[in-house]
Design a protein around this ligand. Structure first.
Ligand SMILES: [Zn+2]
Length: 406
């Protein structure tokens, strides 16, 4: 394989200003979940400008840019919605106007994760200009609603757009490390039912809140005994909310519901986690209902695609072709050994790999700890590094791991 890695790096460096400008333009367009239309159109315009072969917006509102016409479909994903800005007084600068100096670009979405989008679009330009082609088609996706329901966009892309890449490079912030997994999560609901009556004569009723009390204690104990994993860490749970229904403050409560935030480690499936709670003696005793929450908020195009609030664990092994491709790309470009680790937060890989077993691997500019925080920023040097990585990954992948069979 004859990639001139130094030329790729030089070209990525040459586009530093263009990448920065594009990122600042995206930051200037507020795009909280379900309100991404304007930023999607801005991304489409940039993809067309730098020479993507085809750019489409799917019915959910995801923007999809293609390069090449080869047999092996390789995708790079950036979600382009952001969380809100929180308390504006905690920011030292305007979150949407942002700021820029020699080293940094600031603004909501700078790290999480419009920076990854900017780098991926310019990787496309570098691929076209340098002829870094092979028997692959590169798909760069700008996806919606990740902050609201991680992975939903890719459930739609895989099931309805019928697009199944061989692997997906997730461009969420990794500080230019290679990330190969994360714990999954679920939003669980436990409900007890009782019988209301006048509060002055509680013996006539059946108090649903009392029924919840032993369940709470057993859930706390269950958390201590959840499965551990040497790479991802331990599964956890915590009770995050509690609700009641009662005719009055002077009545016995006839309903009680709690929400459980469950983090899943390797080997823990949703039915396993639900069954674990259903098997608690207190849950059986109370006849409590245990289920998952749903998500059905419509996208900005008005499309509703309901799903369970279940975000499965995923891990790619270190010797998997996708991980080896990125390690090799990193070594060749930067003459250095990459750090291979995992995300703390969640990404679209929960559905792509967690639900559909399409391998995912992470590499992105920006830092997890800047995400969702005031004064969010990213490093320009990392934007350049990521663009160079993204430009060489597809051709290394097809030449090394699938090229021989075609
Ligand atoms: Zn993100």
């Amino acid at each position: 394989m004859d990639i001139d890695f130094n030329s790729v790096l030089a070209r990525a460096e040459k586009y530093k200003q263009d990448i920065s400008k594009f990122l600042r333009d995206m930051i200037a367009i507020p795009s909280e979940s379900c309100q991404e239309e304007k930023v999607v159109l801005r991304i489409k315009e940039e993809m067309q400008k730098v020479g993507f072969d085809r750019v489409e917006i799917d019915p959910m509102g995801n923007v999809m840019g293609y390069i090449g016409r080869g047999k092996h479909l390789v995708a790079m994903d950036a979600h382009i919605d952001t969380v809100g800005i929180g308390d504006k007084d905690l920011w030292d600068f305007d979150p949407y106007q942002g700021f820029e100096d020699e080293e940094f670009i600031g603004g909501r979405g700078a790290s999480d994760q419009k920076g990854g989008m900017a780098s991926a679009v310019y990787a496309g330009k570098i691929i076209k200009e340098m002829g870094l082609d092979g028997d692959y088609t590169l798909l760069v996706t700008g996806t919606v609603q990740e902050e609201d329901c991680d992975g939903l966009c890719w459930q739609y892309i895989i099931n309805e757009d019928k697009i199944k890449p061989e692997f997906v490079l997730i461009t969420e912030p990794t500080a230019c490390r290679i990330y190969r997994g994360q714990r999954g999560r679920m939003e669980i609901k436990v409900t007890t039912h009782g019988m209301s009556c006048h509060g002055s004569a509680p013996e006539r009723g059946d108090n649903a809140i009392y029924k919840m009390a032993p369940i709470l204690m057993e859930l706390r104990a269950l958390n201590e005994n959840l499965k551990d994993d040497s790479f991802l860490g331990k599964g956890t749970l915590t009770v995050s909310e509690i609700f009641f229904s009662s005719p009055s403050r002077c009545a016995v409560a006839d309903g009680c519901t709690i929400s459980v935030d469950r983090r899943l480690t390797r080997g823990e499936t949703w039915d396993f986690a639900l069954q674990q709670i259903r098997n608690l003696p207190s849950v059986k005793q109370a006849g409590a209902e245990v289920s998952m929450y749903d998500y059905s908020r419509p996208s900005y195009t008005g499309l509703s695609y309901p799903t369970e609030s279940f975000f499965p664990t995923w891990v790619v092994e270190e010797d998997h072709p996708t991980c080896r491709t990125l390690v090799e790309a990193y070594r060749s470009l930067f003459q250095d050994e990459p750090l291979v680790d995992k995300w703390t937060f969640s990404t679209n890989a929960v559905s792509i790999m967690g639900r559909y077993q399409i391998p995912c691997i992470g590499f992105g500019p920006g830092h997890e700890e800047f995400s969702h925080a005031p004064n969010e920023k990213t490093l320009k040097s990392e934007l350049v590094k990521a663009a160079a990585m993204y430009a060489v990954v597809p051709s290394i992948y097809v030449a090394k791991y699938v090229g021989r069979e075609s």
